[in-house]
Design a protein around this ligand. Structure first.
Ligand code: GLV
Ligand code: GLV
Length: 324
């Protein structure tokens, strides 16, 4: 019998063509997140699921999916997937590292620069018709060149951010569970405990994955360690930051500004306190949002399905132990 591949959102580019070489496609057509009840119902017949970061792949779902052998996330983050539950059932989990690293690092720099140089406030000011004569004291921000960046989580994306920062003449600090000797050698990056990084950095950029250990890593206490002139940029996952504590820190100017591509909750309602703060830029989870990168992610996730269904190692597998 041909394999059945459940696709929870129409992917861009050629992904569906790639998938159709490995089985029949059950596509959720509406241009919106697949309803949980539909996902649970339709996964019952699926040999593979091609899913988005908004689909929760948990034990309950897997219990409803007796045939499932492959889960392919069209994202690098895996916090929407219960990896252990997949592994214990022998289900291979694919994701999309590498292809989105540079695009996400570009966006991280855009946000860092935007927070430091008050780009959001500048846009608001001009749009509001407030632009009068040139003022020497208008919207003065923080230096980026020659300052110190603190990269929280030196994975692929963190390293790509650090390389860009080196181009701005920044000193590079990083935190995370493991030392990265190659980056230390290449960029002179220094590993620090998170507390020390927060005390020393002028611009803190979060690129760490969301895990139980990193949930609310940037807590009220953490924000209190930062310089009052510091900026905080998050391109990872919203729950790494305690949102209420961040609102408080921005309101009370414990830090200068923040720029968030990801939030907790996500999406934010239009009356959320974060959106009323002049010193906070929020954009709607756009880290990998370029035409080329999204197409590359869609194709990689599709190739992962094809290889997984053939029982071959995926190009990017999060639990290769299933191949035992
Ligand atoms: C996006 O956030 C991703 O994990 O790919
Ligand atoms: C993701 O690609 C990371 O390791 O940062």
């Amino acid at each position: 019998m041909a394999s059945s591949i459940l696709v929870t959102r129409r992917p861009p580019g050629t992904a569906l063509d790639i998938l159709s070489s490995a089985g029949s496609i059950d596509l959720w057509e509406p241009d919106e997140i697949m309803l949980r009840v539909e996902l649970v119902r339709r996964v019952a017949e699926a040999d593979a699921v091609y899913c988005m970061l908004t689909d929760h792949i948990d034990s309950e779902l897997l219990d409803a999916a007796p045939r499932l052998r492959v889960v392919s996330n069209m994202a690098v983050g895996l916090d929407n997937i219960d990896l252990e539950a997949c592994t214990s059932r022998g289900i291979a989990v694919g994701h999309t590292p590498g292809v989105l690293t540079e695009a996400t690092a570009d966006l991280a720099m855009a946000l860092l620069l935007g927070a430091a140089r008050r780009i959001g406030e500048g846009i608001d000011y001009v749009r509001a018709g407030s632009w009068g004569e040139f003022r020497l004291d208008l919207l003065l921000g923080q230096e980026v060149h020659s300052s110190t960046i603190g990269v929280v989580g030196m994975g692929r994306i963190g390293a790509a951010v650090a390389r860009r920062a080196a181009g701005f003449g920044m000193s590079i600090l990083y935190s995370g569970p493991s030392r990265k000797p190659a980056i230390e050698q290449e960029l002179g990056a220094q590993h620090h405990r998170l507390d020390d990084l927060l005390r020393l950095a002028d611009h803190v950029v979060i690129t760490a994955p969301l895990t139980p250990e990193t949930h609310h890593l940037i807590s009220e206490d953490a924000l209190r360690l930062m310089k009052p002139t510091a900026t905080l940029t998050n391109v990872a996952r919203g729950p790494l930051v305690d949102t209420a504590a961040l609102v408080d820190a921005l309101q009370n100017r414990l830090i200068a500004s923040a720029a968030l591509d990801v939030t907790d909750p996500e999406p934010l309602s239009s009356d959320h306190p974060l959106l009323s703060l002049p010193n906070c830029i929020v954009i709607p989870h756009l880290g990998s949002a370029t035409l080329k990168t999204r197409a590359a992610m869609a194709d990689l996730a599709a190739r992962n399905v094809v290889l997984g269904l053939r029982g071959k190692p995926m190009e990017a597998c999060a639990n290769p132990e299933v191949y035992g």
